[in-house]
Design a protein around this ligand. Structure first.
Ligand SMILES: [Fe+2]
Ligand SMILES: [Fe+2]
Length: 152
């Protein structure tokens, strides 16, 4: 049985976490004040842990990049005039187009970002294990974050 390369996953993730474009996520808040940066790091780690638990072989690079950029929409919802439901449905598209300005994304990476709100994003269905894991880990992390108040 093939095993995931944990070292490779975390090396790619740490590189992303140090990328100044990715660090822009620190400026935006979501889920009771948590920064989008911390949320995306949490989703990346949770999605890899889930892959390990399910025994699923994944593409470490696509998983790290897709997870870290899945909420790269670069705004705090409360600071702009956007209907909350519209935000839920539309932010994956915005995250993907922002991310494409900075990174060259593979088709799989784009689908991870575009489908992470599925089933709300009807036509953007997770088409890979990696996309399915990020979709699941995002919901799990969001619920966990909403139970705590994040001050800084
Ligand atoms: Fe999102
Ligand atoms: Fe998210």
């Amino acid at each position: 049985m093939h095993r995931n390369d944990e070292k490779r996953f975390y090396r790619i993730l740490r590189e992303l976490e140090n990328n100044p474009h990715v660090r822009e996520l620190e400026r935006y808040r979501q889920h009771r004040g948590n920064t989008a940066f911390r949320h995306c790091c949490g989703v990346a780690e949770a999605s890899f842990r889930m892959a390990q638990r399910f025994g699923w072989r994944v593409d470490e690079r696509a998983l790290a990049r897709g997870a870290m950029l899945h909420d790269y929409h670069l705004y705090t919802r409360q600071h702009i005039h956007i209907n909350p439901l519209r935000h839920l449905i539309e932010h994956p598209r915005r995250a993907c187009s922002n991310a494409e300005r900075v990174f060259t994304l593979s088709g799989k990476e784009k689908n991870i970002i575009r489908s992470h709100m599925w089933p709300l994003t009807l036509f953007h269905v997770p088409r890979s294990r990696e996309a399915f894991l990020v979709m699941l880990a995002d919901k799990w992390c969001a619920l966990r974050e909403m139970r705590t108040r994040h001050e800084n």
